[in-house]
Design a protein around this ligand. Structure first.
Ligand code: GLC
Length: 454
């Protein structure tokens, strides 16, 4: 994404503000549709569309004036999907350890990957791909046991009835708002907006009733208010079309979880959440972008998310023909080596210890009687864990040997336990991140700082 964009930044801020928290208890008593999501920890994000030839960014390229709308859309002629084998995608994602994937069914440019009946701007009618690409993706994921996510951009910079408005407080003289696709000025035409909303709902109905995605991943809600979008009513409508489907937090405050983007939160977000982040610097495939994160860096991102109770939605950009570039594949396979070895420390776990007890990420099993310690750095002999009042039953390396450990020190008179010192031999280390399993007698009993009288 092309930062800085004041609006997006504002939107990102909003996503973590208490006002934007998912509506609590909206589904009280209903089946827990979020359960799979909370347990999943890793998903794969795919940005695939007319821009996947790799010459510029998805949608933003024409919005930001880097190319003309016409030149941008001319790229559709290269969108062949001629080597599109979603079963191979699905196998690769499983190999990486992902439990779900999210594919751009329609990005801000309005080009749909399914054969929507509501616009000719779609893969079947407007590109050599010549067919629906969403159905085969959903089938392949389901066959592989993965949950199906579909990204859908609320805003549509191609639709004739989608005239934008100037953002609140923006100066109309500012050249960045002189873009007919971005923020055309002038009064809103209420009739056009009504028509646009009917189109928006119509496309969503197609997606929900035809493909029944487990997750609808909205984006692009920042150019209108919740009220204008009718998000509250939309959420109800989505539930009727697809009762078990969940939605991310980019339909105003009516989503099921928060979506920090491109940064690991410093403190745990206040409700269910997922970090979306790119493997290199681009959402879609871009030829010149070789700034890939290492497997180790991605492992760490994933462990930090899980440690704060969240998921990582890791983005890769397939090429126009549907192949996933080798550089992405290498990272996904490397990640898979680690996730499979450490599955028990990851999937189905909950957020670990708060700061101050261990220097690194931690997770807990659901019974809260096992703590997993993620060691990102090579320990100098011993790893230390503080503040655990429980008796420690066993300490071991996940996928490795049992370890020697000993609690030393402590101040019983203020109920402050000693430090658990764990010996970690060099031979037990994992090349990307070593995970230590600490089994406790009974559920975690954490010490808290004794009150200090002045
Ligand atoms: C931003 C960008 C968009 C990208 C998305 C992924 O909203 O506008 O290009 O698809 O982030 O989270």
């Amino acid at each position: 994404m092309t930062l800085p964009r004041p609006l997006l930044l504002a939107a990102a801020g909003l996503l973590l503000s208490p006002a934007a928290l998912p509506a609590a208890d909206a589904t009280a008593g209903a089946p827990d549709t979020m359960a799979w999501f909370r347990d999943a920890k890793l998903g794969i994000f795919l940005h695939w569309g007319v821009y996947s030839e790799g010459l510029g960014s998805e949608s933003w390229a024409f919005h930001d004036g880097k190319t003309t709308y016409e030149a941008y859309m001319a790229q559709a002629a290269t969108f062949t999907a001629s080597n599109y084998h979603p079963e191979e995608w699905a196998r690769l994602f499983s190999e990486a350890g992902a439990r779900y994937a999210v594919l751009t069914s329609k990005h801000h440019d309005g080009f749909a990957l399914w054969d929507t009946k509501l616009s000719r701007l779609n893969a079947k009618d407007a590109s050599p791909a010549g067919r629906d690409l969403i159905g085969p993706y959903c089938d392949a994921l389901r066959k592989e046991g993965l949950k199906v996510g579909l990204y859908f951009s609320n805003l549509d910079w191609s639709h004739p009835d989608y005239a934008s408005v100037l953002p609140t407080g923006a100066n109309p003289a500012d050249p960045q708002y002189k873009n007919r696709f971005g923020y055309p000025q002038g009064r809103q035409d209420p009739e056009a907006w009504k028509r646009f909303l009917a189109f928006h709902r119509g496309q969503l109905k197609e997606l929900e009733t035809r493909f029944r995605p487990d997750l609808l991943w909205f984006d692009g809600d920042w150019e209108r208010t919740d009220l204008q979008w009718g998000f509250r009513e939309l959420r109800e409508q989505l539930r009727q079309w697809n009762p078990t489907g969940i939605v991310n937090g980019r339909i105003g405050k009516y989503g099921d979880y928060l979506t920090p983007e491109q940064y690991i939160p410093l403190v745990p977000p206040p409700s269910a959440w997922e970090l979306c982040a790119t493997v290199n610097d681009s959402w879609g495939f871009q030829k010149q972008d070789h700034n890939f994160k290492s497997v180790r860096q991605v492992v760490r991102m994933l462990a930090e998310c899980a440690g704060m109770g969240g998921n990582l939605l890791l983005d890769v950009g397939p090429r126009s023909d549907g192949t996933i570039p080798d550089e992405d594949v290498r990272v996904l396979r490397g990640l898979g080596r680690w996730t499979h070895k450490h599955a028990e420390a990851l999937y189905g776990t909950v957020a670990g210890l708060p700061g101050g007890y261990f220097y690194g990420a931690t997770t807990l099993n659901k019974a809260r009687d096992t703590v997993y310690l993620f060691c990102f750095d090579r320990p100098n002999g011993q790893v230390a864990l503080k503040g655990i009042r429980n008796e420690v039953l066993r300490v071991s390396v996940v996928g490795g040997p049992e370890l020697v450990s000993r609690k030393i020190g402590g101040a019983e008179w203020v109920k402050m336990p000693g430090v658990l010192w764990i010996d970690v031999p060099e031979t037990a280390l994992d090349p990307d991140a070593t995970v230590i399993k600490v089994e406790l007698k009974g559920p975690l009993d954490l010490a808290t700082e004794p009150e200090r009288k002045p």
